[in-house]
Design a protein around this ligand. Structure first.
Ligand code: 9WN
Length: 447
């Protein structure tokens, strides 16, 4: 897929600038999303970063995923943060002394030697592992990369499909907005409203040392994030047990999200390919991925809005908000044709405006009441969703649209200094710059 970006030097220098960001964020065993704002290893960031890093150093890309998976818990969960012990505690909130993984997570099998959070993030890892393998199969085989990661990835998917099937419909639920990765999406507003916020003075937000408050979640959001995480911790990160105290029951917040589940399904297809490379057939995994695609359509597809919605498992209903997460299933090969075509229409229609009012897909409905072009996941465009949708468009034969989106991602990533997210109309940088996955995914699209 060698589509030219800009002839000659522009592409070369974009490559160099992206490589410089990834070198600057490399710690020796993994890559931080951002030196200032996010100074530890994040789970889905590492997967996206490995996908770009494979073009610079397949060895570093393999190491990135191996480091993350070395912090896996015995119950199969892959934690959303692996803490760097040499970073001061007050550099990021919530810090290891909040999560207390090695004590509070003991029954769930948290590792003893590294400190981690106790929640998860979207399972992009098997997809990343397969793409990393393809970048240098010789090195991968010589190091036994896939045979090392395969059992861990299989246990990770098992955890999600069994322990997290809280809705009983075969899909995985998230129990915290940080798990889905689009922290303050308006999709969470209704289910979060049930949660009593922790008092603002009971914690200190380190994020505001680095990010503009108007680009970040509010204090009220944080109060609720803290309450949910505290209650989960206090019940030993047990997915079936009520908290010993506090108003929140076991599933006070439980949501089936289309992007989280689509990434699990895409990763299950990748795991099938990994199994084949290792000598098995992979057929059962492909079949499972197809069954899960059907479950996703069955439980989350909204024909009236022409996109997937989130299901509030606790309340039992679909959440009537259009978030970019509802377009991400376009990534799936077994998606019925009419659904794929409808998703493309929705992406290019008035709510997301791709190719008309916007050049990159906004994180939330341009016409939604909660839309804000600068506030985090409530409107700005992000580069990981851009990468996923580019892949989905290409997979479903939308070559022209995929090429245009690819050019827009490359141009905006470069022009914004590899911003964390951008105003979807103007491309103006928001959040932090030199952001890991922005640089990595631009690099990947360049190849
Ligand atoms: C909480 C690291 C992470 C991303 C998430 C993004 C943001 C953290 C935060 O940063 O979340 O996990 O402190 O806001 O929302 O998607 O993985 O880049």
């Amino acid at each position: 897929r060698a589509v030219a970006y800009d002839p000659g030097t522009a592409a070369d220098s974009l490559h160099l600038r992206a490589a410089r960001v990834l070198d600057g964020n490399w710690t020796g065993t993994s890559t931080v999303p951002s030196r200032g704002l996010y100074p530890h290893q994040w789970s889905w960031d590492s997967a996206f970063i490995a996908i770009g890093l494979r073009h610079l150093s397949p060895l570093r890309a393999q190491t990135e995923l191996e480091t993350l998976l070395a912090a896996q818990w015995r119950d199969g969960r892959v934690p959303h943060i692996v803490f760097n012990p040499s970073v001061p505690l007050d550099a990021y909130f919530p810090s290891p002394d909040f999560w207390r993984s090695s004590t509070a997570g003991r029954a769930a099998g948290a590792p003893r030697t590294v400190q981690t959070s106790g929640i998860v993030q979207p399972p992009v890892h098997a997809l990343a592992a397969w793409l990393v393998h393809l970048a240098d199969p010789g090195l991968s085989r010589a190091r036994g990369f896939l045979s090392t990661v395969y059992p861990r990835l299989a246990a990770w998917h098992r955890y999600l499909l069994h322990r997290r099937d809280l809705g009983g419909g075969s899909l995985a639920s998230v129990v915290h907005p940080w798990e889905q990765g689009m922290d303050n999406s308006p999709c969470w507003d209704a289910p979060l409203a049930r949660i009593t916020p922790a008092p603002a003075r009971s914690f200190r937000r380190a994020d505001l040392d680095h990010g503009a408050p108007e680009d970040r979640p509010t204090d009220l959001d944080y109060g609720r994030y803290v309450r949910l995480a505290t209650d989960y911790r206090d019940r030993g990160y047990d997915d079936g047990r009520p908290a010993p105290s506090g108003p929140a029951g076991p599933n006070a917040f439980a949501v089936e999200d289309p992007a989280f589940n689509a990434l699990l399904i895409a990763s299950e297809h990748a795991l099938a390919r990994i199994a084949r490379e290792l000598g098995a057939t992979g057929t059962a995994r492909h079949a499972r991925a197809e069954r899960l695609t059907a479950a996703l359509v069955d439980r989350l597809w909204d024909p009236a809005r022409g996109m997937f919605l989130c299901r509030d498992v606790t309340g039992g209903e679909l959440i009537p908000e259009r978030g970019v997460s509802g377009l991400v299933p376009l990534l799936l090969p077994a998606l019925p044709r009419d659904i794929a075509a409808t998703l493309v229409r929705t992406m290019c229609g008035p709510h997301f405006g791709l190719g008309s009012t916007t050049r990159l897909v906004p994180s939330y409905d341009l016409r939604g009441e909660a839309f804000d072009p600068h506030r985090y996941w409530r409107g700005p465009a992000w580069f990981n969703t851009g990468w996923l949708l580019e892949r989905g468009l290409r997979l479903h034969g939308e070559r022209g649209r995929a090429d245009a989106l690819r050019r827009a991602v490359l141009h905006t990533a470069d022009a914004s200094g590899f911003a964390e997210y951008v105003d979807p109309y103007t491309g103006e940088a928001c959040g932090t710059t030199d952001f890991g996955w922005t640089a990595a995914l631009a690099l990947d699209l360049l190849h």
